[in-house]
Design a protein around this ligand. Structure first.
Ligand SMILES: [Zn+2]
Ligand SMILES: [Zn+2]
Length: 396
């Protein structure tokens, strides 16, 4: 066993303790005040000075023994508005709030990685920016970017990872190109004219327009966009009407469009533009008018080829097996995409699904649990990834 591996093993208990402490004290996005204080204290104890950004975000810079590029390592901090339904002894102490996505583990792994990298700083040919980012579940990366996290010093590359229960424990997934989805959130109000359900010809029925619209927009996916470009259009909310025998004046629809390609107005596929065209057409067919609002909540996360190669090689070194390193695409969103859009960056998935240990529940499920035995692997990916980044940079 080499020196880094041995040190990770020595710190294993501390790693799990940190994760359990974060797990027991979850905080929602931009409310991670206790979490930020724990992180600041830990980093300051390592001799790093910390900077508070975007309300509850924390950044710290480690300067290596020799000059070189700047690598950013990022962990997210927020929990979810979910009531935990596990019976672990360190379960959430806060009713209705739970770390059900694994961000507790992300923070613990990055803190332990920071400790090891500080101990080894004389061997580092460059600097590391440790970034603890708030509010991942609803866009916390952008405020940190706007407040200059990628500048002073300028960041040359970034790496992030996510615990992933759909992927088996002992595996890591990393690949170039799009790996997590773009997400547009829409809200439509269909306006008709209310009336008596016995006299529909005297009214304009927004309910039948809503029914037609929900069906019609599905043809975007099946008839308009290449099947190799994954697209999902879902309605999560329908609201309208007061009583069984009254035609309502209006119906409201809300939902999401997810896609694994650029998606915006400049892309060939343009799912949002197609959506508006069909929705308006259906409403007009049914004599209704409509108000359509679509907001892009996440851009797709696209891994840069060079960084993906670096992470893949690191994973091969850490796991020591070709079959343990795989690739996956998720149709969930992730705001690490904002970093990927600006600098060479890579986002990896750390498998944590183990049926025997009961850690296969989906992310965002009240029964979500992680296999803590994979956490040392995450630390190794971050530490070795950093060394490899500086080493490869020199040879470029
Ligand atoms: Zn999540
Ligand atoms: Zn997450």
């Amino acid at each position: 066993m080499d020196e880094i591996q041995a040190r990770i093993q020595e710190l294993r208990e501390e790693l799990i303790e940190l994760r359990r402490d974060f797990h027991a004290h979850p905080e929602l996005g931009f409310e991670e005040f206790r979490t930020a204080e724990v992180i600041e204290q830990y980093l300051q104890d390592l001799g790093l000075s910390t900077k508070r950004m975007a309300k509850t975000g924390v950044a710290a810079l480690l300067e290596g023994g020799r000059p070189g590029p700047v690598l950013m390592l990022r962990a997210d901090m927020d929990a979810l508005p979910i009531s935990e339904e596990t019976d672990v002894e360190y379960r959430s102490a806060k009713p209705g709030v739970m770390h059900a996505c694994g961000h507790d583990a992300h923070m613990a792994m990055l803190l332990i990685a920071a400790k090891i990298l500080v101990e080894k700083k004389q061997d580092l040919a460059g600097s590391i920016k440790f970034l603890f980012q708030p509010n991942e579940e609803n866009a916390g990366a952008l405020p940190m970017i706007e407040q200059g996290v990628l500048e002073n010093p300028k960041v040359d590359g970034a790496m992030g990872l996510h615990i992933w229960t759909p992927l088996e424990s002992g595996k890591v997934a990393v690949s170039a190109g799009p790996v997590m989805a773009g997400l547009d959130v829409f809200k439509i109000t269909i306006l008709g004219r209310g009336g008596h359900t016995g006299y529909p010809h005297q009214a304009v029925d927004p309910v039948i327009a809503a029914a037609g619209l929900i069906q019609a927009v599905q043809t975007i996916q099946t008839r308009e966009i290449d099947q190799s470009q994954p697209t999902i259009i879902m309605f999560g909310k329908i609201q309208g009407g007061a009583k069984s025998n009254i035609i309502p004046d209006s119906v409201e629809l809300e939902g999401t469009i997810r896609y694994l390609y650029p998606g915006g107005p400049d892309s060939e596929e343009q799912p949002a533009e197609r959506f508006k065209r069909i929705a308006r057409g259906v409403c007009e067919t049914h004599r209704c008018s409509c108000d359509i609002r679509i907001e892009q909540e996440n851009i797709p996360l696209v891994n840069e080829a060079g960084m993906a190669q670096l992470a893949r090689q690191t994973a091969l070194d850490v796991l020591g097996s070709e079959t343990a390193v795989t690739s996956l695409q998720s149709i969930a969103g992730e705001d690490f995409s904002e970093f990927c859009a600006r600098i060479p960056a890579v986002f990896c998935f750390l498998g944590s699904g183990n049926a025997a240990k009961g850690t296969t529940a989906a992310h965002h499920n009240p029964g979500f649990a992680i296999d803590e035995d994979v956490l040392p692997t995450g630390v190794a990916l971050l530490v070795r990834g950093a060394f490899k980044f500086f080493m490869d940079w020199k040879s470029v």
